[in-house]
Write a protein that binds this ligand. Structure first.
Ligand code: APR
Ligand code: PHB
Length: 393
């Protein structure tokens, strides 16, 4: 088998890249370890930056998103008995967010790929990228007990945090930066109307809470939990009770509760691998970096890597220039580190970090300071809606 760009991973990064490249006429094949149904079964965040939404439109996957997604022009920070709205649109010069689930983004990209005749090999086992430090990269893999080799010109490692691509790079060529937080998020999805028309991020002395949503009748809520907590420890009743205790009373009293249709615990981590290009292998999305979900940046950062890789490959194939390939990593990392900083800061600002009353006072002062001035609110807004992209020419 032969192609131009072999993409490992059919998450949002791999599917989006594949679709953008197909539209340019650049052949690509996606290899995915799991089944399509398994990929679609994962519930993840659902807040898209305007730049992410624009890229999905460019990939031809924006139609249902524009029909069913909800534009959000603000978020609320709740703390110390107060609710402070951050007017994202006004403070960012007109930008907003689109609430549309990552699962739906993935579904739309899969449908587009199928319609365009793009090849995706699901349930590929023992996927091994090889030869990418030389000029004849290839991928070995197994499918239904048979061995295959996919020859290619470039490899895009879009295989997530636990994928094989980053692990295939010689250890000496890679530098990793990591912070693991001493708490997790317990999330539930319920067929209930959202607690509020906009997202509420709540700092409470019992721990963080978040009210989010997928649609008018589908809500997503999170509470900070310990790393020892198990889903089985949290009945729906316990979850709703804890959530209500952490929300502003006015929101808690009108909150509509119901049975959970999904419940899961996720640890929080910040992680960056540098660089993101190794010969002919490019890492993109969660394969290269992780952010804690507090700033809603995970999917959006993945999309901005894909945007940069798309631009670079467009120039490479359109103009024959190879020099541009070396700009991929630094261009991505400049934006990634700023999003890492914002996600880490939002996490530190809103969670119960320890039992030290000093930490809590500093947090409340930080919240009061940032939300108390236009400059502070602007800083939050411009990071939340997504910092500008660097164009590659
Ligand atoms: N071979 C083939 N596929 C693999 C392998 C492998 N060895 N390892 C992992 N994969 C697949 C996974 O099954 C998954 O479908 O790669 C895909 C990676 O997808 P994601 O983890 O969703 O990563 P990405 O596409 O970069 O999306 C980033 O997803 O995890 C969230 O917070 C993150 O929202 C962000 C977005
Ligand atoms: C979500 O809706 O799942 C969500 C929203 C905002 C976040 C994180 C998760 O910051």
């Amino acid at each position: 088998m032969k192609t131009q760009v072999a993409i490992i991973g059919a998450g949002p990064s791999g599917l989006l890249l594949g679709q953008l490249l197909l539209r340019l006429g650049i052949p690509n094949v996606i290899l995915e370890a799991k089944s399509a149904a398994h990929v679609l079964g994962r519930i993840r965040a659902g807040v898209l930056e305007q730049g992410t939404a624009d890229l999905l439109r460019e990939a031809g996957a924006g139609e249902r998103m524009d029909r069913e997604g909800h534009v959000h022009e603000g978020i609320t920070l709740a703390f110390d008995g107060r609710q402070q709205r951050i007017d994202l649109k006004r403070l960012s010069g007109g930008k907003s967010m689109l609430v549309y689930g990552q699962t739906e983004v993935t579904r739309d990209l899969m449908a587009q790929r199928e319609a365009a005749g793009g090849m995706t090999i699901y349930e590929a086992q023992d996927v091994q990228p090889r030869g990418f430090l030389g000029d004849r990269p290839r991928i070995d893999f197994m499918r239904e007990g048979e061995h295959f080799t996919l020859e290619c010109v470039y490899i895009a490692g879009c295989d997530g945090f636990h994928g094989v691509c980053r692990q295939s790079v010689p250890a000496a060529a890679l530098r990793c930066f990591e912070r693991v937080y001493p708490f997790g998020w317990l999330g539930i999805l319920s067929r209930t109307p959202p607690a509020s028309p906009e997202l509420i991020y709540a700092n409470h002395e019992r721990g963080f809470a978040l009210c989010s949503m997928r649609s008018d009748m589908l809500s997503r809520y999170y509470v900070q939990c310990t790393l020892e907590d198990k889903v089985a420890d949290w009945s729906d009743e316990r979850f709703w009770e804890e959530l209500k205790r952490r929300l502003p009373p006015a929101v808690a009293t009108t909150l509509v509760t119901g049975p959970s249709i999904e419940k899961s615990i996720a640890p929080l981590r910040s992680f960056v691998a540098e660089p993101m290009k190794f010969g002919r292998l490019f890492l993109a999305g969660d394969a290269a970096h992780i952010v804690p979900p507090t700033g809603a940046k995970g999917l959006n950062l993945a999309a901005s890597d894909v945007r940069t890789l798309y631009q670079v490959l467009k120039i490479r194939y359109g103009q024959g220039r190879e020099d541009v390939l070396d700009r991929y990593s630094d261009t991505c990392l400049r934006r990634i580190w700023k999003a890492e900083r914002f996600s880490w800061w939002m996490t530190s600002l809103l969670h119960r970090l320890d039992d030290d009353p000093f930490s809590r006072r500093i947090q409340l002062a930080d919240l009061d300071y940032y939300t108390g001035s236009v400059a502070g609110r602007t800083t939050i807004a411009e990071n939340y809606v997504g910092l500008p992209y660097e164009e590659i020419t």
